[in-house]
Design a protein around this ligand. Structure first.
Ligand code: ADP
Ligand code: ZN
Length: 739
């Protein structure tokens, strides 16, 4: 007679610090069904809870009374066994609980019954009307809901609920006709008509061919290897992904393709659908849970062999993984900023290593983490150094804004930029002006007493917007602008630093005949306005388009021959160790928008620090010089990728409590530190207050990741969070920003 089996179960309850894995016996009747990966119901305390079976076997310990599994939720495991191993890796790498990791890994497969599709909301009026409507609304929750909807067009009901907006407030806005709503569209719809195989693949360029062959060799050998497809903008990286995916399918394998944001990957989705048709499953957070699960099921059953999606697609339940592609691998969107705070590029590589598959990381400006791996020989570089069809990279010039100031220029646009715009207008070519800040003026300062007008909820200067409004770009707090300083009464406070509104105003004044438009979070609040502006620009109905980073990515408009960066310094001066890297990437990408058609492109970058290497080297389009320089600095000052870093953020509505929590954690961390770990802080975060929450952080650093992670986990265990009710702790073991 067989002895009763036991199973290891991770109970689906938030249990901070406590043991996560419990052993249960498997009753005779359920022995057939209980397998690693299935979800079960178990008695837990006095209640019943669901749980994930992560292991089977072992003998019950004599004398220890185990409880019994009471039910099984899945006929067969919703995820392949390899993903359980990946969940353990995620929990260990990102210092989160196994439960948090499992929830991420199960994704849509972990949800119970069918959920209703979500709803999305849009503001009904013009952008300029938002503020008036907000003034009129007397109900504070409705006002907050409206500002969220205006700030994030298409925001879903679920996202609003997460922000603490009740269903009643949403219903009131709909009733008042202030917002329009729609069930979230089924993502598959727009692509259903894209017939597969209509267009054969083009003949690869020599460089593409060389890259493709190396990838294909690794795909056929089912050999794990990381390739860095380092190709300048317009060099045809996508075509390499497509043919590599085809090779994997031919070998009977499956493919995961990750993109930073599915909304910006429209072009790529079309190309994959056109080539592979219904073989492609798209995963998208705006899909209703039902549709998402259907796509997941198509993948699990092997009906779809290519999964294309944003970061969570890295957990797609494929069983025959043959290739993973991470497009624009340097993009910050690959980082998940809620627990588990994972980085999809890292998870992709870990998964591919477990499952013996090659990885292709694609970028024109690789992340320094990836580039360092290449320099140390761990990754293999595949280079695409010219644009397909031989178009030249644009000519880039840098204008020193300090000289403009000395020469008495009062305009935001330098004489050179103005001259070049005139010339382009004369030739009926198009101009793109980029500035990474919306609004009219960056901040309002009283020259008499030095007072900067700040948001009462956030430790951030309010931005001046036309007409006569001060706005917080974090929480959307707003107030009327007055020329009188609230602190000292001086009556001519100044407005400093420019935003897109001011660029637009100047452009209209300088070029009276030109058709000028602006694209930023304010002008795209209405459903479809984003696409409408781009279509108009493409059709040649706009001469000068002014925009924030919304226009920097992926825009491919052949008529644009001049790109002007109004101020390169907005990201450069942030107190963050990635400021130079982000600035370089942004400038390089913006410059890549020029000269995509037959006419050569031209770029003018304006800066107060033109000698800064991020500005200088982006103008030369010299990535490797930038990377070498920046990596040397990172090494010298002990930043990633040379130092492993965990950022622990404490936040809460009571500032003193948050500070005391951080302090206690800091004391424990310093006691645990030893020789191999350094503890920095606690200190207030650079943005010390956001949306009413005070924020402090502590940085744990060390050469060896495992040492720092173990110490962090131990400190977390000792930390008596009970004494700090109302203080949230976020462990970020792959910080992308220190703000
Ligand atoms: P990247 O992603 O490297 O910036 P894209 O993948 O957008 O570049 O490619 C730029 C353009 O070149 C696209 O319109 C693409 O269809 C085209 N293209 C890519 N490879 C080839 C090829 N071998 N022959 C002809 N056209 C190509
Ligand atoms: Zn604010």
């Amino acid at each position: 007679m067989s002895s009763p089996k036991v199973a290891q179960v991770v109970v689906n309850r938030p249990l901070r610090g406590a043991n996560q894995v419990f052993t249960y016996t498997v009753p005779e009747a359920l022995q057939e069904k209980v397998a690693p990966g299935v979800r079960v119901t178990v008695p837990f305390g006095r209640q019943t809870a669901t749980g994930f079976v992560i292991g089977i076997g072992g003998e019950p310990v004599p004398g220890l009374k185990l409880k019994e599994i009471v039910g099984v939720l899945d006929e067969e495991p919703p995820v392949p066994p390899a993903l359980l191993e990946l969940a353990r890796w995620v929990a260990s790498r990102y210092v989160c609980t196994l439960r948090e990791a499992l929830i991420a890994v199960y994704g849509p497969a972990g949800h119970g019954g069918k959920q209703k599709p979500d709803q999305a909301f849009w503001f009904r009026g013009e952008a300029a009307e938002v503020l008036q409507e907000l003034e009129r609304l007397r109900a504070p929750v409705q006002a907050r809901a409206l500002s969220l909807i205006a700030a994030q067009p298409g925001i879903t009901r679920r996202a609003l609920l997460r922000e603490g907006i009740g269903a009643k407030a949403i219903a009131a806005l709909v009733r008042k006709g202030l917002v329009t709503t729609e069930a979230v569209p089924v993502w598959r719809e727009p692509y259903r008509d894209v017939a597969a195989g209509k267009e054969g693949p083009p003949v690869l360029s020599l460089e593409q061919q060389a890259a493709f062959q190396e990838i294909r060799t690794a795909v056929s050998a089912q050999q794990h290897q990381v390739f860095l497809l380092h190709g300048v903008t317009g060099s045809g990286k996508t075509e390499v992904y497509l043919q590599a995916a085809a090779a994997a399918l031919e070998a009977g394998r499956q493919v995961i393709v990750l993109v930073p944001e599915i909304a910006l990957a429209h072009q790529m989705v079309l190309q994959f659908k056109a080539r592979f048709g219904s073989q492609v499953a798209i995963t998208h957070s705006a899909l209703g849970a039902g549709e998402r699960r259907d796509e997941w099921e198509r993948v699990r059953s092997g009906e779809a062999n290519i999964v294309l999606g944003a970061r969570s697609a890295v957990f797609a339940p494929v069983t025959r993984l043959g290739l993973v592609v991470v497009d624009e691998e340097h993009e910050p969107a690959y980082k998940q900023e809620q627990a588990p705070r994972y980085h999809a590029r890292e998870v992709a590589i870990a998964r591919a290593a477990f499952e013996g598959a090659p990885v292709v990381l694609g970028s024109a400006t690789p992340a320094l983490e990836s580039y360092a791996q290449l320099l140390s020989g761990h990754y293999r570089e595949l280079k695409l150094s010219c644009r397909v069809d031989g178009r030249r990279l644009p000519v880039v010039r840098v204008v020193d804004l300090r000289e403009e100031f000395r020469a008495g220029t009062v305009s935001l646009l330098s004489n050179l930029l103005i001259d070049r715009i005139r010339e382009k207008l004369r030739q009926q070519e198009q101009v793109l002006l980029f500035l990474n800040r919306r609004g009219f003026a960056a901040f309002v300062l009283c020259p008499a007493c030095g007072n900067v007008i700040r948001c009462p909820n956030c430790d951030i200067a309010l931005t001046y917007h036309r007409p006569e409004t001060l706005l917080c770009h974090y929480c959307y707090y707003r107030m009327r602008y007055e020329a009188r300083c609230p602190r000292c009464g001086n009556t001519n406070v100044g407005r400093y630093g420019a935003g897109t509104q001011r660029v637009e105003e100047e452009a209209r004044a300088l070029f009276p005949g030109a058709r000028v438009a602006r694209m930023d979070a304010e002008t795209t609040t209405r459903r479809g306005s984003h696409a409408a502006i781009l279509d108009a620009f493409k059709a040649g109905a706009i001469d000068i388009l002014i925009g924030t980073q919304m226009v920097a990515k992926g825009l491919d408009i052949p008529g644009v021959t001049l790109v002007g960066v109004v101020n390169a310094d907005t990201t450069l001066l942030l107190p963050d160790f990635r400021a130079a890297e982000r600035t370089f990437q942004l400038l390089y990408q913006v410059a890549g928008r020029a000269g995509r058609g037959d006419l050569p492109g031209e770029v003018i970058i304006q800066s107060h620090c033109p000698e800064h290497y991020a500005v200088r080297l982006s103008a030369l389009q010299d990535f490797s010089a930038f990377a070498r320089r920046e990596l040397a600095l990172r090494q010298r000052f002990g930043y990633p990728p040379y130092t492993f870093m965990i950022r622990v953020v404490f936040s809460g509505p009571a500032g003193d409590k948050v500070a005391r929590g951080a302090e206690e954690f800091g004391i424990l961390a310093k006691a645990a530190a030893g020789k191999e770990m350094t503890v920095l802080g606690p200190a207030p975060c650079p943005f010390g207050r956001l949306k009413g929450f005070y924020r402090w952080h502590i940085i744990l650093k060390g050469k060896r990741g495992q040492v720092v992670r173990d110490a962090c986990r131990e400190v977390l265990r000792q930390f008596t969070s009970r004494r700090f009710a109302g203080v949230r702790i976020a462990i970020d073991a792959a910080p992308q920003s220190m703000l």
